[in-house]
Ligand binder design. Structure first.
Ligand code: SAM
Length: 303
């Protein structure tokens, strides 16, 4: 539906928002799980929105997907079995499959509607990843998949919607879930999750970080500026093996070279090291956080 030119407003909090000028609504559908919209925006090109929250845009999705995927993948010496929970548009899957050691990348998304709409209207995101012989797409709940799986994964990537109250992803940010995930990880396994804005929902980031540290001996957090999110975006991880923040710029460059991963658009060794440098106020909030997200009391984003 062509709008001439209209504004779409995304709220970071009830009192702060980011307005996007959009030319056209390309797809709009309510599934059993969420409202899916794909719009053509002036600034960012095509954008995937879920329940009114920007998920990925063609213009800047690689900031997020490269930073979500490669620290965990590079810090594992030879990731062969990888699990992605969520990741509907295929950007995380695309980045995982860049690593030649990967034999199998299982992607579990609860909503086939997101996968199908992304393939049709935003194929630049998956770039054929779904057709890669190593990719295995499962439509289902990520938590149930982990509860039922007997396999061991070297890397688990949680590319889920925010922990919104009543949202489909809330129970994948809890202590009980991370304990389940730890049982599905190999001896040097690592799990990484998107952990919301380190500005607008820093308390949520701190709670997810604090919850992970209760389950994993090596843990940490990092963040990157994502223009279309209008915020620094956080990630937290738990590692049974090497801690990604211990990798130097030179080691990252060597690993990228050794794995013949040449054309990343955002990340290199210099940027990698800076990801883990969190500002003092955020470090203080994380250090002082005592909140643990549980199934009984999950953590939620403000809206
Ligand atoms: N980059 C986005 C972010 O940081 O908010 C996430 C992108 S991706 C589109 C989020 C995906 O999580 C969606 O495709 C959604 O269907 C999926 N999802 C939400 N809850 C889920 C669950 N319980 N199990 C599996 N997938 C889930």
């Amino acid at each position: 539906m062509s709008l001439g030119w209209k504004w779409f407003t995304e709220y970071q909090t009830p009192y702060s928002a980011h307005m996007h000028g959009i030319r056209e609504i390309l797809h709009s559908r309510k599934t059993d799980y969420q409202q899916i919209d794909i719009v053509d925006s002036e600034e960012y090109g095509r954008m995937l929105l879920l329940d009114g929250k920007v998920q990925s845009t063609v213009r800047d999705e690689y900031f997020y997907h490269e930073c979500l995927v490669h620290p965990a993948m590079l810090s594992h010496p030879k990731p062969t079995e990888v699990l992605i929970l969520g990741g509907g548009e295929g950007g995380a899957l695309r980045e995982v499959l860049r690593h030649p050691s990967v034999r199998r990348a299982v992607m579990v998304d609860i909503d086939e509607g997101v996968v199908e709409a992304s393939k049709k209207f935003m194929p630049e995101l998956s770039m054929g990843a779904f057709e890669d012989s190593r990719a295995e797409l499962v439509i289902g709940d990520g938590r149930k998949y982990v509860e039922g799986c007997r396999e061991k994964f070297d890397v688990i990537i949680m590319d889920l919607t925010d922990p919104l109250e009543g949202g489909p992803g809330a129970l994948l940010y809890t202590k009980e879930f991370y304990e389940l995930a730890r049982e599905a990880m190999s001896s040097r396994g690592i799990i990484v999750t998107q952990a919301t804005s380190t500005y607008y929902s820093s308390y949520c980031f701190a709670a997810i970080h604090n919850t992970m540290l209760k389950v994993f001996k090596n843990f940490g957090g990092y963040h990157v500026w994502v223009p279309s999110y209008d915020s620094m975006w956080g990630f937290t991880y738990g590692a049974l093996g090497r801690d990604p923040k211990r990798m130097s710029a030179a080691e990252v460059e060597n690993e990228l070279e050794r794995r013949e991963i040449k054309n990343l658009r955002y990340l290199d060794g210099r940027i990698y090291e800076k990801l883990f440098v969190l500002p003092k106020d955020l470090m203080k909030e994380v250090a002082e956080c005592r909140r643990i997200a549980t199934d009984e009391e999950p953590t939620f984003m403000p809206i």
